[in-house]
Design a protein around this ligand. Structure first.
Ligand code: NAD
Length: 488
């Protein structure tokens, strides 16, 4: 795939068995740049036959050189792929920004993160092992970690190359083979990553990419009898459908799903720091972030000040061309998603929440077909309002007051979701109590960052099943085998 320039739309094919492969459907779907509305690629659309072809290629590869490689060789291949990604980082970043509308600075960070992730799991290959266990009979009881088999990696559009790699790197480190199903809005970086894997020495058929509709390709993978594991990131409803489709063949399923994360601000917080970081944690990636701290739960004594400061800072946010230096927020992924956010803003107003900003005009000169929107803040939001309960997946913050620590925790937990959260206080005891009491998989204290490559990430309640990242991710992609050797 020639991705150095995008002067003319790219024409991509599927990636199966280590090479570009024509789709059995003969169809292609357009992929647009959300900043301009231009078609930047025509992507071959996979169908059921292609899913089958890719799964069988992956199965053959598991039985071929990949399956026979020593762990040390496998690690070396992953380090090689990481080096290829570092060489191609600027190209990947440009491609991702053109496909998603995220700022170039963010895409550059993500491209570096892809290489970091591959390196981390290359290192993990030699540090993930079984144990010896004392048992009742004389002999040796020990455990082995073995690959699961063919893994289907189903990826959303908000962090395409990052989330692809969060799944791909540990899956390969554990010796599996994969079929990647990218989101239809953003298939380009996954196709490019598959090429970089091949250049780095990953044998043919180990990594396959089939783009196409979720209901056909995604569901086809979830129900395919030869797929042993589904790793999915996306909406909670889609996760439930996938789990049902995977049930008949008892696949291993891990899910990273939606969120509506709380940001609890106590009256002793460093307010300037908190406001600045809160802006990033709710409006970063144009709010299209499963961890977005979209519910600010603020102590009543500092509520007015927090609201005034965050509104003033939000009004100053630079929304514009994601390729321009200084842009803080690019467009959303699509006009459809932008309009869905506009609908939520109208709904919030109808429900009685007070919009303190978000209705300002966009800078002139932005393309009309670009999916731009100003970030919005709602004051006086009530816990049961739809804008407070539902994941909007766009740049909308709801601010709610609280009086006591117990009330703050109850408000934070009044959600079907449980992915992430932040809390701001200088009281260590309170920080610990609240971090423990909030029902989410990740919490950050005096920081808005709770996702680290080296630490587990995942959700409570309807936000997911299993933990990605860190060494915990290796558990998702391996089977434990118990072996007993008798002394007798
Ligand atoms: P989505 O569920 O619509 O799609 C995700 C992927 O699933 C896409 O590749 C899609 O084509 C595929 N898909 C759709 N229908 C399918 C089906 N019936 N069977 C199998 N696959 C199917 O999600 P999205 O709109 O791409 O992403 C946004 C959602 O993802 C948000 O809810 C967000 O919170 C969530 N998300 C969660 C995390 C996390 O780590 N918890 C990270 C990023 C995004």
């Amino acid at each position: 795939m020639a991705t150095k320039t995008l002067d003319a739309p790219l024409e991509t094919q599927l990636w199966i068995g280590g090479k570009k492969t024509k789709s059995s459907t003969g169809k292609a779907f357009p992929v647009t740049n959300p900043a301009t509305g231009e078609v930047i690629a025509k992507v071959a659309e996979g169908g059921a036959q292609d899913v089958d072809l890719a799964v069988k290629a992956a199965l053959r590869a598991a039985e071929g050189p990949w399956g026979k490689m020593s762990p040390r060789q496998r690690a070396r291949v992953l380090f090689n792929v990481a080096a290829r990604v570092r060489d191609a980082a600027e190209e990947l970043a440009q491609l991702e920004t053109k496909n998603t509308g995220k700022t170039l600075a963010d895409s550059r960070d993500e491209a570096a993160g892809v290489a970091d992730t591959l390196e981390y799991y290359a290192g993990a290959v030699s540090k993930y092992f079984g144990e010896t266990i004392p048992v009742g009979n004389p002999g040796l009881e020990f455990t082995l970690r073995q690959p699961v088999g063919v893994c289907a990696l189903i990826v959303p559009w908000n962090y395409p190359m990052t989330i692809t790699t969060w799944k791909l790197a540990p899956a390969l480190a554990c010796g599996n083979t994969v079929v990647i199903k990218p989101a239809s809005w953003t298939p380009l970086s996954a196709l490019r990553l598959a090429e970089l894997c091949a250049e780095g020495g990953v044998p043919e058929g180990v990594v396959n990419v089939v783009a196409g509709p979720g209901g056909v390709v995604g569901e086809g993978l979830a129900s395919h009898p030869l797929v042993r594991k589904i790793s999915f990131t996306g909406e909670t409803g889609t996760g439930a459908r996938i789990t049902k489709a995977a049930a008949d063949s008892i696949k291993r399923v891990s899910l990273e799903l939606g969120g509506k994360s709380p940001n609890i601000v106590f009256d002793d917080a460093d307010l300037d720091l908190c406001v600045e970081k809160s802006i990033g944690s709710v409006f970063g990636n144009a709010g299209q972030d499963c961890c977005a701290r979209s519910r600010a739960i603020v102590h009543h004594k500092i509520y007015d000040k927090f609201l005034a400061d965050i509104t003033a800072r939000t009004k100053k946010m630079v929304v514009g061309d994601p390729l321009s230096k200084g842009t803080e927020m690019g467009p959303m992924i699509s006009l459809k998603q932008r309009d869905s956010v506009r609908g939520h803003v109208e709904l919030g107003q109808k429900e009685g929440a007070r919009l303190t900003c978000g209705a300002e005009a966009l800078p002139s000169g932005l393309p009309k077909a670009g999916a731009y929107i100003r970030p919005a803040v709602f004051a006086d939001a009530k816990p049961k309002m739809k804008v407070v309960q539902e994941e909007i997946f766009g740049p909308v913050l709801c601010v709610l007051p609280f009086k006591t620590e117990e009330e703050a925790v109850a408000l934070a937990n009044d959600s079907p979701y449980g992915l992430s959260g932040s809390l701001w206080t200088r009281d260590v005891g309170r920080a610990l109590r609240v971090a423990k009491a909030v029902q989410t998989g990740n919490m950050s204290v005096n920081s808005s960052t709770s996702v680290y490559l080296e630490a587990p990430f995942g959700g409570f309640k309807t936000s997911g099943l299993g933990r990605e990242l860190g060494m915990k991710a290796m558990d998702l992609y391996s089977e434990v085998k118990s072996v007993f050797i008798s002394e007798a």
